[in-house]
Design a protein around this ligand. Structure first.
Ligand SMILES: [Fe+2]
Length: 423
């Protein structure tokens, strides 16, 4: 995951003590998530797209060291070689260790990385407490938003690693579980034709890819009241969805063939149970389906006689709603069903929702200046937009205008489906 903030768009008028408390809370939360693991768990890399927990712990720290502490020319890193290890993709600040080989880094050891975290946390806290640099809050806030993104990745990456272990370890074996609930019947909410505005406008934090707010023309259409459920997706599987080429985009069908996909990523062959961060458990038919790729979401929609929403349609619908839902804070780390007669359910939390919109810049987009300009803009090729956050996204990290993006074959994130329709 990648993202960026525009410094002018960050509200720096808040109380410095609040930012210091927020800094401490978010840094602590990352370590608290990692504390559920054994040291051996934190080293493994299960695929090139996923990173070891230890790497996430170090990289989020490197980000503060590079972009906050490193602004002082007199700053000297205690471990200059680690810059190479824990830079992710910022080419303009130097070369980096190859991403697929992050799992080879048995050194530095976990306790050394935790010491590194503490040192950098202390140094940044000291700068914040001093309060004499008015440009500091914006860059610290960006580092915190970045760290929250990596909290989500830490969870999705360890889920992937654990799923490949025949012992099927549970990240949180005794975590809270959702109460049983029956999802409401699928219904469509209509919207009118006309010019609408999307994108971020305001003084709060946002990434550069959410700007500028701009007009789009929206045709009349419909958006589904809730995400697609496991039961609905199971019906697609049982109807031969994965064996019917006419339902798939050409690239999607090629991927189904080459990867031998027959069901969502963590489902067992029986279609009755799935691997979760609480271990293997029965699939809740009413809960939103998750861990499907864009290709699968698109094929399901075609099978269902529908389509995926466009990102502007999604944003206009979500902008009316409070940002509430099943986020990382629930501790469930899994999508859940809810029973409600509200017109639009679960727009936020539970699962990221694929849209049919490619990840491209908004008219007038300007990336951040300097190395942080690499955060978002350079990934605007070959990826698709997802909206709304998931059950492992921190609640205060998400907005109606938030644009997440992944390649169309990716399915190790908590990615699900909300249908749209033209009629
Ligand atoms: Fe990062």
């Amino acid at each position: 995951m990648t993202a960026s903030a525009s410094a002018p768009g960050v509200d720096t008028s808040g109380n410095p003590a609040q930012l210091l408390a927020r800094f401490s809370r978010i840094r602590h939360q990352t370590a608290a998530l990692a504390a559920h693991l054994r040291p051996e768990d934190t080293v493994v890399q299960s695929m090139p797209d996923a990173s070891p927990t230890k790497w996430h712990l170090a990289h989020t720290t490197w980000f503060f060291e590079q972009f906050v502490l490193g602004r002082d020319e007199a700053y000297v890193s205690a471990n200059p070689q680690w810059h190479y290890l824990f830079n992710s993709y910022y080419q303009s600040v130097g070369p980096m260790h190859a991403r697929p080989q992050r799992g080879l880094l048995t050194r530095p050891a976990l306790d050394e990385v935790m010491d590194y975290r503490q040192r950098v946390t202390d140094a940044v806290s000291e700068l914040l407490a001093r309060g004499d640099d008015e440009t500091l809050p914006a860059i610290v806030e960006l580092g915190l938003q970045h760290e929250q993104q990596h909290q989500e990745l830490l969870l999705t990456d360890i889920k992937h690693a654990f799923s490949l272990n025949p012992l099927a370890p549970a990240f949180l074996p005794d975590g809270p579980r959702a109460v049983t609930a029956a999802a409401p019947a699928l219904a469509y909410v209509p919207f009118d034709e006309g010019v609408i505005e999307i994108g971020y406008a305001g003084d709060g934090f946002h990434f550069d890819n959410e700007e500028p707010r701009h007009k789009i023309y929206r045709q009349a259409g419909f958006i589904a009241n809730r995400p697609v459920t496991n039961a609905e997706y199971r019906a697609f599987v049982l109807d031969g969805g994965y064996r019917t080429p006419g339902l798939w985009l050409s690239d999607g069908w090629a991927t189904v063939q080459s990867e031998r996909w027959t069901r969502p990523f963590y489902w067992d062959e029986s279609l009755d149970s799935e691997f979760t961060l609480q271990g293997r458990r029965a699939i809740d038919p009413h809960a939103p389906v998750s861990h499907v790729s864009y290709f699968e979401a698109d094929a399901f929609a075609r099978w269902a006689g529908a389509r995926l929403p466009r990102e502007g349609e999604w944003e206009a619908a979500a902008a009316q709603l409070p940002i509430e839902g099943n986020f990382q804070e629930s501790g469930m780390f899994h999508p859940r069903a809810i029973e409600s007669s509200a017109p639009l359910l679960q727009m936020y939390g539970d699962v990221w929702e694929w849209t049919m919109s490619p990840y491209v810049s908004y008219p007038g987009f300007a990336p951040l200046t300097g190395a942080l300009g690499e955060y978002n803009g350079k990934f605007m090729c070959g990826q698709w937009i997802l909206r709304g956050g998931s059950c492992v996204t921190p609640q205060d990290h998400i907005r109606a205008t938030y644009r997440n993006f992944f390649p169309p074959h990716a399915r190790w994130q908590f990615s699900g489906i909300r249908l749209g329709n033209d009629r």
